[in-house]
Write a protein that binds this ligand. Structure first.
Ligand code: URA
Length: 236
């Protein structure tokens, strides 16, 4: 059982303030009756309407986070701040965990979810969901690096799948990976004589990071974005 206002806010369509206003104005009904008590306990099994529209309660929650530097992508850590500490109270759930890892100093798109099946779908090595990163290195990026990435760089733990590198500026490019090894991009550039100075994840599957999210902010994915995330294609 949880509070009615909390359940409504957790669905991601309305802010907590909007939920409070709608409840106060008698625009929320539970099992056919207007409910003006935000603290009313509900299970989510009730027939709930919001402003005349029936609510379909989503049982799982998947958030898009703009990860800032300085946070580790673990559910718990003895020393460092974790990405879960960035989640506002209305989206906090016991089972929420980061689907995939980014290094502490990497920024950009992270998915937090309590949906184990979804996490498996986007992370399973066999699925090859592409992930794009903007990378800056300390030396000029070269066509030779583009060629070596495309061939498959040999690391200590094996040969990487072919990766695309698109040069953007003298020191900057976009890398597309279809696997996820520990510190993979840093090690790949390391093999080519470069050190990564900035790394930012732009997309996972066909889902791009929402430019409107400031570092540290998160929001639930829309139904459409959930489909994009599962696609094994790059964003349009
Ligand atoms: N590759 C890295 O080296 N670090 C990341 O955080 C992601 C990909």
């Amino acid at each position: 059982m949880e509070r009615l206002d909390k359940l409504l806010a957790s669905q991601g369509m309305l802010s907590r303030r909007e939920v409070k206003e709608l409840i106060a104005r008698g625009r929320v009904t539970v099992d056919g009756r207007v409910e003006k008590r935000p603290e009313r306990k509900v299970t989510g099994e009730e027939q709930i309407t919001v402003a005349g529209e029936p609510l379909r309660v989503q049982r799982t929650l998947t958030l898009m986070l703009h990860k800032p530097q300085g946070y580790v992508s673990a559910a718990r850590d003895a020393r460092d701040k974790t990405v879960l500490e960035l989640v506002p109270p209305e989206y906090r759930r016991k089972e929420l965990f980061p689907a995939g890892r980014l290094d502490k100093d990497t920024t950009g798109l992270m998915i937090l979810t309590d949906d184990g099946a979804l996490a498996h779908e986007i992370l399973a090595p066999k699925k090859h969901v592409p992930k794009q990163y903007r990378v800056t290195i300390d030396v000029p990026m070269t066509e030779e690096m583009v060629r070596r990435f495309a061939e498959g760089i040999r690391l200590k733990d094996g040969v990487c799948r072919p990766a695309e590198l698109t040069l953007e500026g003298e020191h900057t490019g976009v890398v597309t990976l279809r696997e996820g090894r520990y510190h993979q991009i840093k090690r790949m550039f390391g093999c080519c004589g470069g050190t990564v100075t900035a790394l930012h994840r732009l997309s996972m599957g066909a889902l791009r990071l929402d430019e409107g999210l400031a570092p540290g902010e998160c929001r639930p994915l829309t139904e459409e974005e959930l489909l994009l995330l599962r696609r094994q294609e790059l964003p349009e």
